[in-house]
Design a protein around this ligand. Structure first.
Ligand SMILES: NC(=O)c1ccc[n+]([C@@H]2O[C@H](COP(=O)([O-])OP(=O)(O)OC[C@H]3O[C@@H](n4cnc5c(N)ncnc54)[C@H](O)[C@@H]3O)[C@@H](O)[C@H]2O)c1
Length: 385
């Protein structure tokens, strides 16, 4: 039996990882990240992802506004899955859970993640992302140092960071593992500081931690303040679809299921102390992304005119990074990681998912005002763009 502990498990990516880990548990063939280069719809082909071993997943989350246990419903309950409400800053609580569950791998995803919110309230990002990662590292270090030799040698911690720590690119070039850190938002600065602690714990204590830097994720169950679900949901409601500034900011889009598979590949085959970048191989200016996803909406929820007419340019985000692009060659060469979800299929499936799951969208947004954030004024003065 292999036990995994996932922090931030009730969030968008953490829950996709938990669903993936639980689904691959039990008898069957080994996880096969290398074999599938066909570009087929492998994202949803769980059979080829099965593990030989029984799997237990311990989901940890502090349940901030961004969490939702519904994302974990299909992961089921004991013995394969346990959900624990816990803040990663609670060192005693995390230590006790580690001692009780004895995970072989910890995936650390708990974080405050919305850049706009980090502009309005950076302190929460420092506490959750930097101090939270430090406290998790402390709890994991004590646990790891107390393990018997064989378990200590096999243990891995995967620190999930972001490509945003590398700052902003010009029209050319890509980020890779040798790119210098140059964070430009309070969010990316808080993640960068956490990464430096993770690196320091590898070099100083030998803690087998790997750090990953993925591109922008998209897929089902993303909190509706983020660009893709926000645009779909506003368009479905007949509201304007805000586009920050000129919409020429370029992002690289990675399907959340491909990211989840990449994190497992890092845990299984990554070198302790190494970093890995995972991109979507699909750069797109924000305006083109909005036009493409609203084009899919025209097909999937017809009868309300061309949704693309709803795009409105609004004041740009202060310090908005112009371009991110990610070179994934190390993850491909060293881990055998391959993206399986072709971007257009993934985007269309994602649009369909939000159309079909408006009840979920309502359930997470009814307690939350989706007004404009991140203009550098205090949060709470939220208003619609
Ligand atoms: N979304 C992306 O495009 C993207 C890309 C690259 C990397 N990442 C990283 O992946 C991770 C997950 O991102 P996401 O998009 O799923 O975010 P999310 O906001 O959907 O989920 C984050 C989860 O962390 C939990 N959390 C926050 N503070 C916590 C604390 N102190 N203790 C325990 N849990 C806490 C929240 O309750 C939430 O469930 C983050 O570390 C993020 O920086 C995200």
């Amino acid at each position: 039996m292999t036990t995994y502990l996932v922090t931030g498990a009730a969030g968008f990516i953490g829950s996709a990882l938990v669903r993936h880990l639980v689904a691959r548990g039990g008898a069957g063939s080994r996880l096969d990240t290398a074999a599938d280069t066909s570009g087929d719809d492998g994202a949803f082909d769980r059979a080829s992802d099965r593990s030989d071993e029984a799997v237990r997943v311990v989901s940890v989350d502090a349940f901030t506004y961004a969490a939702d246990p519904e994302r974990l419903r299909s992961a089921g309950g004991e013995p394969a899955h346990r959900l624990v409400r816990l803040d990663v800053n609670d060192v005693a609580g995390v230590s006790a859970l580690l001692d009780e569950e004895r995970p072989a791998v910890v995936f650390h995803l708990a974080a405050e993640t919305h850049v706009d919110r980090s502009i309005d309230g950076p302190g929460a990002f420092l506490q959750a992302n930097t101090v939270g990662t430090f406290n998790l590292l402390e709890a994991v270090r004590r646990y790891w140092q107390g393990l018997p030799a064989a378990e200590r040698a096999a243990f891995r911690l995967v620190n999930v960071s972001t490509d945003e720590v590398y700052g902003s690119l010009g029209p050319t070039g890509v980020f890779d593992e040798s790119s210098p850190y140059a964070p430009r938002s309070p969010y990316s600065a808080s993640k960068a500081a956490a990464d430096h602690f993770a690196g320091a714990y590898f070099h100083t204590f030998g803690l087998p931690v790997m750090t990953t830097h993925a591109a922008n994720n998209y897929g089902p169950f993303q909190f509706p303040e983020k660009l893709v679900p926000l645009a779909i949901n506003r368009a479905l409601a007949g509201e304007s679809v805000p586009m920050y500034g000129d919409g020429a900011q370029v992002r690289d889009w990675l399907h959340v299921d491909d990211h989840a598979r990449g994190l497992v590949a890092v845990a299984e085959r990554g070198a302790p102390g190494a970093t890995y970048l995972m991109g979507g191989g699909h750069e797109l200016p924000n305006r083109a992304l909005l036009e493409r996803l609203l084009g899919h909406l025209n097909d999937l929820a017809p009868g309300r005119g061309d949704y693309r007419r709803l795009i409105r340019s609004v004041a740009d985000r202060p310090g908005h990074d112009r371009r991110y692009a990610v070179d994934s060659s190390r993850a491909e060469a060293e881990l055998g990681w391959r993206r399986r979800v072709p971007f257009d299929d993934g985007l269309r499936d994602t649009v369909r998912w939000y159309v079909e799951n408006q009840a979920w969208v309502r359930s997470v947004t009814e307690r939350y005002d989706l007004g404009r954030l991140g203009l550098g004024v205090a949060a709470g003065g939220a208003r619609r763009p």
